[in-house]
Design a binder for this molecule. Structure first.
Ligand code: ATP
Ligand code: MG
Length: 326
């Protein structure tokens, strides 16, 4: 009897995060069906090998970005969509998994209660055929585990020694997930880990808005700078475009500062409406990598270790604590 290999996946609007026994990684959630790739303008940049899931070819990440019809996993982050299936298949491929697997993943906190059962059912028993570069693998989802996003990240934080040591004995603990499209807040009672309904919410502001802001200002100087440079602008503020070196580090710094104040302002308004005490505030999500330091200067919050991977690491831990055998 063998333990089922675990594949943990966090499908985000921007990034797919995955963890398995031997692999972990992140790839862009942008995909495009192959047939949209064949326009002349773009063919030169899309030479990479597509991934074929159940007979349909898809391009991933940067290659797909060039496609006008590129789609993302994101619209409503539901794991039952065709898109989620392709992204999970890609994660399985990247993890070199084959045969029976145990899928551990998440659902948005607000959907969890209503959709846990139906989503589990939709995944269970799925068989996917995945091909890339002439190699074919089959996976069979034999067990499924779902956790609510945000709560999962909190559980991961609690598993860290540095956070466990300062975990309060009373009051509330909140986790702020700075994502691409939204900022998601999950709040629990410190002692029982019971979620506090009124303090689990989403703000429709995310890292994407920060990138748009930097891009807008950069365009005043370099009008032709393309949308897809926004990620680089956010990461460093500098780069080369059409052999011209640019430096938007100051724009980047100012935008981050302003954006951090905006987020903190909105959070404070929401928290002020409740009189419960936030005893510990934690920051996670990809946004914490770039904004965390600035936010923690103006708001008493701490960036957790591996903020981008927090949810998916909890999915993995949860599955690893179960015993499923093939
Ligand atoms: N080290 C880093 N430096 C700069 N930006 C980063 C870094 N790591 C991640 N980001 C950016 O943070 C943003 C949010 O990433 P994250 O993975 O949290 O989004 P997501 O989970 O896909 O989105 P959502 O939660 O809204 O669905 C992305 O734009 C990503 O490029
Ligand atoms: Mg996310």
């Amino acid at each position: 009897m063998n333990r089922l290999p675990i594949l943990a996946v966090d499908v985000g609007y921007k990034k797919v995060k995955y963890v398995s026994h031997q692999h972990e990684g992140i790839f862009n959630a942008v995909i495009a069906p192959e047939k949209t790739v064949m326009s002349d303008t773009y063919s030169a940049v899309t030479k990479s090998t597509p991934i074929i899931v159940d007979g349909t070819a898809y391009w991933f990440g940067k290659d797909a970005l060039y496609q006008p019809t590129a789609v993302t996993s994101a619209k409503n982050q539901r794991m039952t969509t065709e898109l989620a299936k392709v992204l999970v298949a890609a994660a399985a491929w990247e993890s070199s998994l084959e045969g029976d697997i145990f899928l551990s993943t998440g659902l948005p906190l607000d959907l969890f209660k209503d959709e846990q059962a139906i989503t589990e059912k939709a995944w269970l028993g799925q068989q996917l055929t995945i091909e890339k570069g002439g190699t074919r693998r089959k996976i069979h989802i034999k067990a499924v585990e779902l956790l609510p996003q945000g709560i999962a990240a909190l559980l991961y934080a609690l598993s860290l020694k540095t956070i466990a040591e300062k975990w309060p004995t009373s009051g509330l603990v909140t986790l702020i997930d700075l994502g691409e499209r939204t900022t998601d807040v999950a709040t629990v009672r410190a002692d029982t880990l019971e979620p506090i309904r009124g303090l689990c919410f989403s703000i429709e502001v995310g890292v994407r808005d920060l990138k748009q802001q930097i891009l807008r200002i950069a365009k005043q100087e370099l009008p032709l700078i393309p949308e897809f440079m926004a990620d680089d602008l956010l990461k460093t503020g500098t780069g080369i475009y059409r052999r011209q070196r640019y430096d938007f580090t100051q724009v980047r710094r100012d935008s981050i500062e302003q954006f951090a104040h905006q987020i903190v302002g909105e959070l404070q308004t929401r928290f002020a409406a409740s009189d419960s005490l936030i005893a510990l505030a934690l920051l996670a999500g990809g946004g914490a990598e770039v904004l965390g330091e600035t936010i923690s200067r103006i708001y008493d919050a701490e960036v957790i270790e591996e903020p981008t991977m927090a949810n998916v690491l909890a999915y993995y831990q949860k599955a690893a604590a179960q015993k499923f055998f093939s």
